[in-house]
Design a binder for this molecule. Sequence first.
Ligand code: NAP
Length: 351
Amino acid sequence: MSETPLENVVIIGSGPAGWSSAIYAARAQLNPVVYEGAITEANRMSGTLPLGQLALTSEVENFAGFPAGDLGAYLDSALPASRRGMMAPHGGEGVTGPELMELMRQQAVNFGTRVITDDITKVDFSQRPFRLFPSAGGEVQAKCVIVATGASANWLGLESEERFKNRGVSACAVCDGALPRFRNKELVVIGGGDSAVEEATYLTKFASRVHLVHRRDELRASKIMAQRAFDDPKLTIHFNAVLEEVLGDDANGVTGVRLGSTEPGKEPTTLEVAGVFLAIGHTPNTGFLNGQLETSDKGYLIWKKHFRTNTSVDGVFAAGDVADDYYRQAISAAGTGCMAGLDAERYLAHQ
Ligand code: NAP
């Protein structure tokens, strides 16, 4: 019978929070292991593939330390050929999300982090050491756990949205936008935040026109992003509009949308589009915890001590978007990952 491994620190999640905590834990000689997630269709659909949400974005313009520039030679030297070969060629316009994530992963590996490409599907925090159950089977025990599982894209929950998922309905423009079915067609993006504007702007590279549909009369997106949307000649913004139904048929997938108005007395309108992209916020990935850690009313993990990453269970720390419904930035996730790595080190030192 094989023995259950006992780890000092298990880090669950592989976004900026996970890798930053791994870099700190590895440099503290804690020999951390990262469960980076499994490569499955279910994870693709829910946006929980390894390397997290940033792997699904294009250029990252606001991560300090990466001004626009050609990183091609640096990427070739920093990353092993096996990982570099899996990535798109560098575009010479500053760092992209996938590049940034590969760099963070490599930095953690360089300091001795072990990486397992699997999900943790269940935990038991009622016992010491903690018990963790990977989807591949078996069990891992840990003295300390860092939860950095991030958040996933929300859906509206319309029956027609579900019907046309993968056939014209998507929650990730960067993953799916370049598909032939969307090329030189009109597309619609739902939402009014930075993600919606970013996705809409990105889609104008492929589409003949992009319609941004927002339920209120002003964008939530930051001023600079909103201005980009207003200035884009291929982008039309529809305010006070909501998606009522995705139209289409089995042969063609999506062929249009019916939009309702939030203004009294206004009739629904239809748009002929080949794709519908949802960008209406996120939900933290905490299902596998089965309620064992305290959460906010929105479901985000709660830090129980001021400016410390301690959760409601001593020895379990949370970092990144799974515990942050406010900043939700790559750089703040990386920052809280650093904090969780240090908190784990200090926790273990006191044991
Ligand atoms: P968000 O800021 O929460 O925006 C979600 C948008 O979806 C809002 O406009 C919201 O409308 C709309 N919405 C929510 N539920 C809806 C529903 N059921 N039906 C119709 N519309 C709905 O989310 P986000 O855009 O994903 O951004 C999350 C965070 O990431 C933010 O802090 C953002 O700044 C950051 N971010 C930054 C960048 C960047 O800087 N490059 C890029 C992407 C994201 P209301 O406005 O009416 O609430």
